[in-house]
Design a protein around this ligand. Structure first.
Ligand SMILES: *Cc1c(COP(=O)(O)O)cnc(C)c1O
Length: 428
């Protein structure tokens, strides 16, 4: 039997009379509090929260923390929206680890245990070519640790074509130099040969660095050198692969993966946890066992140590089921079109100027800059963009030629109703 979702939702004046809500209105002003109450009622109508949770949801929305957002941009790994969305298994693991947990204790013996051993074991199992595994805060931290341990006061040999800016003005060359290492640039923007590297390697070399151009492509008269060719230079080869793919993925033929890079001869692979791996923000260091142990024992490693929540989410991601990132990349276009048509029809039926349009989704901040995923979107008048962003839940789409496109690829199907309700409430 269909339940009336409206039944039992408390009226606005009743919620505004709740003593906690009255107190919040005293602090924050009645207008802001009323907007939060209306938003919470909307969520209850959409079935996202129970009718009894309206007061709590309104108060939570007023607390000013990070808010859950519906990512209708069609950008799978949107840096401004927190990159990868965690899998339900990873979310559960985070919640379970939030209190006291055995992150560094062996419950059997009662003695101290290796921190995050389950996450490290999961990574080692996923990448058998890695003799050692370590995890730090993010990819940048992993680079800083490697540069500090292997090249402080010495040289990092790197191609001029791989001195990349990663975003928000942060540049890898600046990051590397901040450790006290010197850059020994070789080759040119478009072409670097093995001889360039060989001529630069000497007693001052700490390591040779290969950086995957994860957010741009150089085309035309180009040449670069594979890991295998660098292996024979007699110095450590560190490969920053960026995206965090642990094994080769046929959908992403131009994205390097940890296993193949290690097999090709890299001594150390560096990658992010929250790009194509689809996990929490983290920096993965995989490679030669003795080298990884040196990194792990360096004093700086303590400053880059990850939280128990990260370790919990990482283990669940690596050992667990397909991630939302993986699913969004492979979403069936027919199924996506059917969902999009349902949403557009419902909106049009309610008098909203909504139609279905073709769209192109992309990976975003996580790599594969050239990959285009044919997609579908609900097109609305552009005037919906701001009210949808500031509504509850916030919905972020993409404005293309005067229309707001809502691409459902990265919106969980279970949230389609919430998205419809958000549009119907938006005062465009
Ligand atoms: C993203 C990226 C980084 C930085 O990693 P964070 O996890 O964002 O710190 C470094 N190098 C490459 C090649 C990247 O793609």
């Amino acid at each position: 039997m269909e339940q009336d979702p409206r039944r039992g939702i408390p009226r606005t004046d009743v919620v505004l009379g709740d003593p906690r809500v009255v107190a919040a209105a005293g602090r924050l002003g009645r207008e802001q509090v009323k907007a939060a109450v209306v938003g919470a009622q909307g969520r209850a109508r959409a079935g996202e929260i129970g009718p009894g949770d309206v007061v709590e949801a309104a108060l939570a929305a007023l607390e000013g923390g990070l808010r859950p957002v519906l990512n209708a941009t069609g950008v799978v790994l949107h840096t401004n929206l927190g990159r990868a969305a965690l899998s339900p298994a990873a979310v559960e693991a985070v919640v379970a680890a939030a209190g006291h947990t055995d992150v560094e204790l062996d419950l059997d013996s009662g003695r101290r245990a290796k921190r995050g051993r389950d996450a490290l074991a999961a990574l080692a199992a996923a990448v058998p070519d890695a003799g050692g595994v370590h995890v730090v805060n993010n990819g940048a931290a992993a680079l800083v640790l490697a540069a500090t341990v292997l090249a402080q006061g010495r040289e990092i040999v790197v191609s001029r074509g791989e001195l990349v800016e990663i975003g928000d003005g942060f540049r890898l060359p600046d990051l590397l130099v901040s450790t006290g290492a010197r850059l020994r640039e070789v080759g040119t923007t478009n072409r670097t040969s093995r001889e360039d590297y060989a001529a630069a390697v000497g007693p001052e070399t700490g390591f040779v660095l290969k950086v995957h151009p994860s957010n741009f492509v150089v085309r035309g008269f180009t040449r670069s050198v594979g890991i295998g060719e660098l292996r024979g230079l007699g110095v450590p080869v560190v490969a920053d692969i960026g995206s965090g793919l642990l094994a080769a993925d046929p959908l992403l033929p131009d994205e390097p993966d940890a296993a193949s890079t290690l097999r090709a001869g890299a001594h150390l692979v560096i990658a992010s946890g929250d790009k194509l791996l689809g996990g929490p923000q983290a920096g993965l260091l995989l490679g030669d066992a003795a080298l990884v142990e040196r990194l792990r024992r360096h004093p700086l490693a303590r400053a880059l140590r990850v939280d128990k929540l990260t370790l919990a989410a990482l283990r669940a991601t690596v050992a667990g089921p397909e991630t939302p990132t993986w699913q969004a990349l492979r979403m069936d276009a027919g199924e996506l079109r059917a969902r999009t048509e349902r949403v557009a029809a419902e909106l049009a039926g309610a008098g909203v100027a909504a139609e279905v349009t073709g769209s192109v989704a992309v990976v975003g901040g996580g790599g594969a800059p050239e990959l285009e995923l044919p997609s579908w979107a609900v097109a609305l008048p552009e005037a919906y963009a701001r009210p949808l962003r500031t509504g509850e839940p916030p919905v972020v789409g993409r404005v293309v030629r005067g229309r707001l496109l809502l691409d459902l690829r990265c919106v969980p199907a279970a949230q389609d109703r919430a998205l419809v309700s958000a549009v119907l409430r938006a005062d465009a």
